[in-house]
Design a protein around this ligand. Structure first.
Ligand code: NI
Length: 161
């Protein structure tokens, strides 16, 4: 495994649409392993392949319940709404408020090409939406309702919110 270099918001690669994975080979497995290592090393909860300069439909995430790898993920259905803070490893030092669905049903392939379906809520639903957006060249800053400033988060903590 190896750490990959994360590309940042100015990079136009982040604005491109990623292509579906067709070969479930050693190269894909290496990409998934490297992406997980890179995500954990950067203390992130999710990472999409374009963030490491690979324009393929591959994401990894860990919202606290272990590593999830998704190849060719597709959102099938969404329900409800949640408003919450979001950040991105490609947008360091910033956070913003983003409205996302409360529930998401998605399908995806694993590293061997097997199809799965997942129903996710709350943080995991948010994470799936954020990461699949990356595959279509969209960043959370495009759809956030407002920026969150550091002193504001400290104040909120002091208030016990
Ligand atoms: Ni991101």
């Amino acid at each position: 495994m190896a750490l990959r270099k994360i590309v940042y918001i100015e990079d136009e690669l982040l604005r491109k649409k990623s292509r579906p994975v067709e070969k479930f080979d050693e190269k894909l497995h290496k990409l998934l392993d490297d992406m997980a290592e890179t995500m954990y090393h950067a203390n992130g909860v999710g990472l999409a392949a374009p963030q490491v300069a690979v324009l393929r439909r591959v994401v990894v995430m860990d919202c606290g319940d272990g590593l999830i790898e998704m190849v060719n993920p597709e959102i099938l259905e969404t329900e409800g709404e949640q408003d919450g803070a979001e950040g991105c490893l490609s947008v360091p030092g910033r956070r913003g408020m983003v409205k996302r669905p409360m529930k998401v049903r998605a399908r995806f392939q694993d590293r061997n090409g097997e199809w799965y379906e997942i129903e996710a809520e709350e943080l995991l639903a948010r994470c799936i939406m954020h990461e699949t957006d990356h595959l279509d060249g969209q960043l959370y800053v495009d759809i956030m309702s407002r920026e969150i400033f550091e002193d504001e988060e400290e104040e909120a903590e002091e208030d016990g919110e």
